[in-house]
Design a protein around this ligand. Structure first.
Ligand code: FAD
Ligand code: NAD
Length: 477
């Protein structure tokens, strides 16, 4: 790696926000020699989110699916600056990102202005709560490492509190009732993981809780996993039934208190009824909302006035209404689902685009110099220069042929518990839907191969083996 520390005034400054799927995939393939690259993110690691639900029960330890961003950057050819900070505001007109160090340890410099020529917004999304009262105060989300750690701790706290002397049966039932709100893949995967934990470890280690332990998945729509085929939805619902996970569809949560949720249930005859469910642990997984910093940027750009779910981008991922800002992943709206697969492909596309743009700039500069030379050259030299100009122009046309971003869908996969998974995979011969134990092995190997590094892969395999042979660790941190 290049040890150059100061920015090169001859190069454009490219600022990248976030260290998630979109930004890291861009960084991996970006030729950093072409720009002064600055990365700003409150998280100094990449997180492999598909295995995050497994961290809530200790099947996988969270550090096994984290990759330090410093490790990614030290392998780049030119040095990249990384600031562990949150972008609090993007000033589109002034071309400045305002960054704030929000971590526990503060230095003299806490807030800074970072100017940019080009900006990539890859800050992901926030948890949607729809303004439902009590959600933020009383529930656990499942998006970041800290969320998974909090859930893991609370599961064991509920179990140990329920086992405390003289706890009444009603209170035991409440404490050992986990309610998961949102029947998307996050909610389904978490419910499956928790039931596995109970079946494989908890009920053996703490038999007293057997009569009381219950997981309920609450979904407002008529079925769970709306992005999967009907066959796989049915398979998931029947597997949950066998595993004794209760699914409550057509049930929309309206209010949350410290011990209960209140939901509006639509009955088969179409009438609605309010139901109160006591809970010990509440996990809220109702999808994505737009981050404040992104909303603020949307308001500065007139062309974004109709944008709702994130920054509207064109087919080159340029934020509509701008020419030097791009957006990737969950904060961009490009007509694809907010998934890691999409974000990773978008990031890789931007790397190709930026590498190409740098080459184009270089050739255009050479062309300028050659034209100037040609103007003052003698007759004999002029032909040679003209040949060179033509060759450069041919190169330029070839490079500029980079097409718009096209997403290639590799399929959807989700773990549903009891060593079963569902997969909607589009391979050469059309669509292929499958569910069951073989699919589970496919899920395991697919996710393992997608892990960021060999180190991550080894750690995940070791965690799986450890949980299989010794059981999950039930100590509460
Ligand atoms: P993220 O990966 O969320 O990264 C956002 C980054 O921005 C983070 O580094 C964050 O710290 C940083 N950031 C936040 N705010 C700021 C700020 N103000 N300034 C600077 N940086 C900021 N998708 C799949 O395709 N397959 C799966 O199996 C799958 N499983 C999932 C399981 C779970 C539990 C979850 C929560 C999601 C899952 N997803 C899956 C969805 C997938 O994780 C997201 O679509 C993906 O992470 C989006 O990538 P991103 O780069 O847009 O955002
Ligand atoms: P989601 O948006 O997919 O699902 C949220 C669900 O919550 C919806 O079905 C919605 O009807 C329900 N809901 C909303 N408000 C409710 C309320 N008040 N009461 C009851 N139910 C309510 O969210 P997610 O599961 O967090 O997923 C987010 C994104 O990440 C999606 O694009 C998803 O595909 C992706 N993801 C993929 C995987 C995978 O491929 N295995 C895993 C996790 C997440």
């Amino acid at each position: 790696p290049n040890d150059q520390i100061e920015p090169d005034p001859n190069k454009k400054t490219l600022v990248i926000l976030g260290t998630g799927w979109g930004s890291v995939s861009l960084l991996k393939k970006l030729d950093t020699e072409n720009y002064n690259v600055v990365v700003i993110s409150p998280r100094n690691y990449f997180l492999f989110t598909p295995l995050l639900p497994s961290c809530t029960t200790g099947t996988i330890e969270h550090r096994s699916i984290m990759e330090p961003v410093r490790n990614i950057l030290r392998h780049k050819r030119a040095s990249v600056k990384f600031y562990e900070a949150e972008a609090t505001k993007i000033d589109y007109e002034k071309r400045i990102v305002y960054a704030k160090d929000d971590s526990e340890i503060k230095g003299e410099s806490v807030e800074a202005e970072v100017p940019f020529d080009m900006l990539v917004v890859g800050v992901g999304a926030e948890n949607a709560t729809f303004g439902i009262p009590g959600v933020r105060e009383h529930s656990c989300f499942l998006k970041e490492v800290g969320d998974a750690q909090k859930i893991r701790k609370q599961i064991m706290d509920c179990v140990e509190t329920a086992s405390f002397k003289d706890q009444s049966p009603e209170e035991k039932k409440r404490l050992l009732h986990t309610v998961v709100v949102g029947g998307g893949p996050t909610g389904v995967e978490f419910a499956g993981e928790l039931q596995d934990f109970y079946m494989e470890d908890l009920r053996k280690w703490i038999p007293d809780i057997k009569e009381y332990f219950q997981v309920t998945l609450v979904e407002a729509l008529p079925n769970v996993l709306p992005m999967f085929s009907k066959q796989l939805i049915d398979y998931t619902e029947s597997t949950f039934k066998e595993e004794h996970i209760t699914i409550r569809t057509k049930t929309m949560v309206k209010k949350v208190t410290d011990k209960t949720i209140e939901a509006e249930v639509t009955k088969p005859d179409g009438t609605k009824e309010l139901e109160v469910m006591p809970y010990g642990l509440l996990v809220w997984a109702t999808g994505n909302a737009v981050r404040g910093v992104v909303k603020d940027l949307m308001q500065q750009i007139p062309a974004q006035k109709d944008a709702r779910r994130g920054l509207n981008v064109n087919e080159y991922l340029v934020v509509n209404g701008t020419e030097n800002i791009w957006a990737v992943g969950d904060c961009a709206v490009a007509n694809y689902a907010p998934t890691a697969q999409v974000a990773a492909q978008e990031g890789a596309f931007l790397a190709r685009l930026f590498n190409t743009m740098a080459k184009t700039d270089e050739i255009e500069q050479q062309l300028k110099e050659l034209s100037a030379k040609q103007a003052v050259a003698k007759n004999g030299d002029r032909d040679a220069i003209l040949d060179e100009i033509e060759e450069r122009q041919r190169q330029l046309r070839r490079i500029k042929q980079i097409g718009p971003f096209k997403y290639s869908h590799q399929g959807s996969l989700a773990y549903i518990g009891a060593e079963k998974a569902v997969a909607d995979v589009s391979w050469l011969s059309g669509n292929f839907a499958s569910g069951g134990t073989l699919t589970y092995l496919f899920w395991k190997s697919a996710y393992l191969s997608m892990c960021f590094s060999t180190r991550n892969r080894m750690l995940v395999v070791m965690d799986w083996l450890k949980a299989k042979f010794f059981g999950r660790d039930v100590s509460r941190e």
